[in-house]
Design a binder for this molecule. Structure first.
Ligand code: NAP
Ligand code: 8YV
Length: 321
């Protein structure tokens, strides 16, 4: 127990995480995504650790108001909303929660892929509305058996998914910045070329400036009228306006989306489309995986303040240890 250490719980911390931190440290909460001026004046200089459960950007401006901050422990594997360069420049280490969510996020991507290819929501609506009884059998759908499936971002989650996709007996291609040695899938340096060859693209790469709108109109046109786009990465990686246009014009077949450009807001055109499956950023949202993520978020702070060695620093901060 290190009650002498004062931690800022940013955003609404889940109770399990809140309790672990409050047991171990002196935890200061603030109900807003950004702390109030009064809160900053009272606690700002006392805070040395921050648990981030927020999707609101964590930028240099806030770091400057916490001059003794040493570590940001972020809930989630993606950390595109945290200005890591600004943190490093101030000697602040950033951690995240990789690996513990790989299986569930990959399972969710597979679920979305299967649901889109078999039009599960359409079948449900057809049965539920009585159309089956009135009109007979619903339209046929598309198999993913033997399909060519492209993974954009063959990282921890992407590799977990690829292994699961092997059972469908088709080709697995992947796109990233580098070919990966020893991987039994075909690397495609050009995303448009890969999309042209694929029946479905599954996005599993980080968000942020480097990947902004990497899936643009050209990629979606290449995927084609029968193609399926599954996004469990970040809304920012897909040009959402171009996606709507591609769906409406029939240039793209279907989309299954867990993430959006302006969460939690979803464009009405996507809500209105019966060729889109929508999910509220829920790929990691099982009780078991979320508990593991909450625990790792707390354990990173505990390990850092116990012996200076947090468990899972983001790659950019490993040289700070
Ligand atoms: P990871 O292990 O770091 O893998 C990321 C992959 O993306 C790597 O294979 C990397 O390959 C590729 N990549 C990185 N930058 C790229 C770029 N500029 N262009 C093309 N490819 C790029 O990450 P992970 O743990 O698998 O997680 C992946 C992402 O999934 C997270 O960052 C997060 O945004 C998202 N996610 C979403 C949910 C959800 O709830 N929907 C849950 C968990 C994760 P190269 O190095 O070869 O480029
Ligand atoms: C969220 C995710 O973090 O890990 C990620 O990068 O996108 C998700 O797992 C989760 O919703 C926790 O806020």
């Amino acid at each position: 127990m290190r009650k002498d250490i004062e931690i800022y719980g940013r955003g609404v911390l889940p109770p399990r995480l809140d309790n672990r931190l409050a047991d171990h440290f002196t935890l200061h909460r603030d109900p807003g995504q950004m702390p109030s001026e009064a809160w900053l004046e009272e606690f700002g200089t006392r805070i040395t650790g921050l648990a981030n459960a927020s999707f609101t950007p964590l930028e240099a401006e806030l770091m400057d108001r916490l001059p003794n901050l040493r570590i940001i422990s972020s809930l989630g594997v993606g950390y595109d909303t945290i200005d890591v360069a600004a943190a490093k420049a101030r000697g602040i280490l950033v951690t995240h929660t990789p690996d513990v969510l790989n299986a569930d996020v990959a399972n969710y991507a597979l679920l979305l892929l299967l649901a889109a290819s078999r039009d599960l929501l359409g079948q449900d609506a057809y049965a539920r509305s009585g159309r089956w009884a009135r009109e007979g059998r619903a339209q046929l759908t598309t198999t993913i058996e033997g399909a060519t499936l492209g993974i954009v971002g063959l990282g921890r989650i992407g590799r977990n998914l690829a292994k699961k996709l092997e059972v469908f007996g088709g080709r697995i291609l992947y796109h990233g910045r580098h070919a990966q040695p020893g991987v039994p899938y075909e690397f495609c340096a050009d995303l448009v070329d890969m999309a042209r060859r694929c029946d479905a693209l599954i996005l599993l790469l980080p968000g942020g400036a480097a990947t902004d709108h990497i899936v643009n109109a050209e990629v979606m046109a290449a995927l084609g009228p029968q193609g399926i786009l599954v996004n469990v990465a970040r809304g920012s990686v897909v040009d959402e306006a171009a996606l709507i246009q591609a769906l409406q014009s029939g240039q793209l077949g279907r989309a299954a989306l867990d993430v959006f450009e302006d969460e939690p807001n979803i464009p009405q055109a996507l809500c209105d489309s019966d060729r889109v499956i929508l999910s509220p950023h829920a790929a990691s949202a099982t009780v078991q995986t979320r508990q593991a993520m909450f625990d790792l978020t707390a354990d990173n702070l505990i390990a850092y303040f116990d012996d200076g060695a947090p468990l899972t620093p983001v790659p950019e901060c490993r040289d700070m240890l």
